[in-house]
Design a protein around this ligand. Structure first.
Ligand code: COA
Length: 432
């Protein structure tokens, strides 16, 4: 028998056996998003009597688990998250989750310098004949974290694609294996509303043939991508690889020919989308999934000329400060790589940092362009790192503009129902 298969078999355990290695003072970190070790996490509450405020580190949480959704677990578990999703918001609601701020490119490295979680639990695609598994759909921080951990537990899921890049982990670095077979978490394709279509067209007017683009998370970036169908030779250097990338590749829009680094390759650090996206990524030599500490490093991002970051936000103030992660003081998502990419884009030769958002929220009852950010709102992007703000009403060019010019430009792209009021507030605040 191949020695790697022998090693694999000797490391196979049940979920209960894997959980039994966790001790009261351990700190656990898990792989993220589509690689969340869902089977083990859904049974984590069963060791409740054994643990005392055990710290579980995670981000882009996919499942609702007993250990973090039930208030009676509050004394036993603490979920520390660098990026919230709906289940994490629920966990915060019962007092179990708390947000750890940071930029994606170095949040994990900084964490490991402080105190490294000693148990890593991840999910991988099946082992090859050389004894390597692949992290498949995310290497945001998974590699640094398994390298630093004392104990490595893996769920092995045959439904995961084999993805090229810096994605491998060798059987010799693994302590316990749990075989599972579950469908992958999916994000449906975004429905493109008329408003999103208009925003997409406005953003497309800022993107040229041959640019390298980053598309962020949320409904708008996916819709924006659909406005690029007539572009040529776009390159991709992005944090999240999403559904729209497949459409753009199939339409011949993405070739990566003009990139300065990773020419011809679609570079990302994780993927989340439909089964069609995962099938597209399977054994695809044009994909390079690389560590977040590389992909999101502003110095790396800036090495591509004509780098365009395209992200979305929840609100912006009249001077250009951007909040993308909280609704007032209530935490909603995370900084993720928004700041990394805007910083990288503005340092790239002819780069552009773009925020595209709806002009209103809550069914048109509030303006997302506000005199000041709401009380408690987090500044995700400094006003110094933004070139363009785009809504369905147009483009505000903030580059090399005074505060007064920014105010006028931002009011001109606000929803018409709010422009007069914004004008009055701007004068009252001495912004113009
Ligand atoms: N005030 C109050 N509520 C607001 C609001 C505002 N100004 N703007 C939006 N909302 C509400 C929406 O109504 C919606 O509520 P609902 O879920 O009850 O309908 C909710 O907030 C989410 O808004 P939506 O626009 O649908 O969010 P999205 O899924 O498109 O995500 C961000 C948008 C900004 C949250 C997301 O892009 C993000 O987290 N960005 C930061 C990270 C990032 O950009 N990383 C980049 C690299 S991937």
């Amino acid at each position: 028998m191949n020695k790697y298969i022998e090693a694999y078999n000797s490391k196979k355990v049940s979920i209960e056996e894997a959980l039994s290695v966790i001790r009261p003072d351990d700190e656990v970190i898990t792989s993220i998003g589509p690689l969340e070790p869902m089977e083990i996490m859904s049974r984590l509450h069963t060791i409740r009597d054994k643990v005392n405020k055990i710290k579980i580190w995670n981000g882009l949480n996919m499942g609702v688990y007993d250990f973090c959704s039930k208030s009676e677990m509050r004394d036993n578990y603490e979920l520390r998250s660098w990026f919230y999703s709906a289940p994490t918001r629920k966990a915060q609601g019962v007092g179990i989750a708390s947000y750890e701020p940071g930029n994606l490119h170095n949040i994990f490295i900084r964490k490991l310098q402080e105190k490294s979680p000693n148990i890593f639990i991840g999910t991988v695609a099946p082992m090859d004949k050389h004894g390597y598994f692949r992290f498949s759909l995310s290497v945001v921080y998974e590699k640094e974290c398994f390298e630093a951990a004392d104990i490595v537990i893996l769920e092995v899921n045959p439904n995961l694609p084999q993805v090229h890049g810096d994605t491998e982990i060798h059987i010799s670095d693994v302590d316990y294996i749990v075989e599972i077979d579950r469908p992958l978490p999916e994000l449906p394709k975004t429905k493109i509303s008329e408003v999103n279509k208009k925003i997409g067209e406005n953003v497309a007017s800022l993107v040229n043939d041959g640019d390298t683009i980053q598309l962020g998370i949320g409904q708008i970036p996916d819709a924006v991508a659909m406005s690029f169908m007539s572009k040529k030779d776009l390159g991709i250097h992005t944090e999240m690889i999403s559904n729209s990338i497949v459409d753009l590749v199939e339409a011949g829009v993405i070739t990566g020919k003009k990139k300065n680094i990773n020419k011809g390759k679609i570079v990302g650090t994780f993927a989340l989308g439909s089964k069609r996206l995962y099938d597209f990524m399977d054994n695809n030599p044009s994909i390079r999934l690389m560590r977040g500490s590389y992909v999101n490093d502003p110095y790396v991002i800036a090495q591509n000329d004509n780098m365009v970051s395209i992200n979305t936000a929840l609100e912006v103030d009249l001077t250009g400060q951007v909040c993308s992660e909280s609704i007032g003081s209530l935490h909603f998502s995370g900084t993720g790589g928004q700041n990394d990419f805007s910083e990288g884009a503005i340092h790239s030769k002819n780069g552009r940092s773009i925020i595209a958002l709806h002009s209103t929220a809550k069914k048109g009852t509030i303006s997302t362009i506000r005199p000041c950010l709401s009380q408690g709102a987090v500044v995700t992007l400094s006003r110094n790192n933004i070139d363009y703000i785009v809504t369905e009403y147009g483009i505000a060019n903030l580059k090399a503009k005074t505060v007064k010019e920014r105010v006028d430009s931002l009011i001109s792209i606000a929803h018409p129902n709010f422009r007069e009021e914004l004008e009055k507030e701007a004068i009252g605040l001495s912004l113009k």
